[in-house]
Design a binder for this molecule. Structure first.
Ligand SMILES: [Zn+2]
Length: 76
């Protein structure tokens, strides 16, 4: 009896652990997606995942605005 109970407890513990991992993974993906959009256009506030996209966006949307210094070295 005691042994069977222990097994059930162990299974419940494992299920809880797996659910926790699943939850954490989902959270990480969300955080990663958010972290991926780290370049915000200084003119129109559009967010972009990488400097290349940012530079291409800047050159096509705001050609009259001087390029931000952090984009000067970016090879688009
Ligand atoms: Zn823009």
């Amino acid at each position: 009896m005691a042994r069977g109970q222990q097994k059930i407890q162990s299974q419940q513990k494992n299920a809880k652990k797996q659910a926790g991992q699943k939850k954490k993974q989902g959270h990480d993906q969300k955080a990663a997606a958010k972290a991926a959009l780290i370049y915000t256009c200084t003119v129109c506030r559009t967010r972009m995942p990488d400097p290349k996209t940012f530079k291409q966006h800047f050159e096509s949307k705001h050609p009259k605005t001087p390029l931000p210094p952090e984009l000067a070295d970016v090879q688009a």
